[in-house]
Design a protein around this ligand. Structure first.
Ligand code: FES
Length: 108
């Protein structure tokens, strides 16, 4: 694993998400309360892009089957579901981030 430049901190507004690709890996960057988080942009359920979902507080809700994923620790607050059937949903993969001189780096 090594650190990779992701984007400038001004390139993402507070309380929004952005999909980027680093070393061919899709990464979802989320800015929440002025802090930047990163996770694999693959839903732990069936690998849909989480960037198409919605940010709600410290969660991203997958647009495909509604899994509610904590982007800070990867925990699943609500499993994926279809109608009333809940489906097994693994923990999300969180990526380490750091900021230096207004530049965001992600560890991959
Ligand atoms: S692919 Fe995300 S909830 Fe199914």
């Amino acid at each position: 694993m090594s650190w990779h430049y992701a984007l400038d901190s001004n390139d993402i507004k507070n309380e929004t998400m952005k999909r980027i690709v680093i070393e061919k890996e899709p990464v979802l960057i989320v800015k929440h309360k002025d802090k930047v988080y990163a996770l694999e942009d693959r839903c732990p359920h069936l690998k849909a892009s989480l960037a198409k979902g919605q940010k709600e507080d410290e969660y991203v809700i997958c647009a495909k089957h509604g899994a509610k994923i904590n982007f800070i620790n990867g925990e699943i607050a609500e499993k994926a579901h279809m109608f009333f059937i809940k489906m097994p949903t693994k923990k999300a993969t969180i990526l380490a981030t750091k900021e230096e001189y207004h530049k965001i780096f992600v560890q991959i």
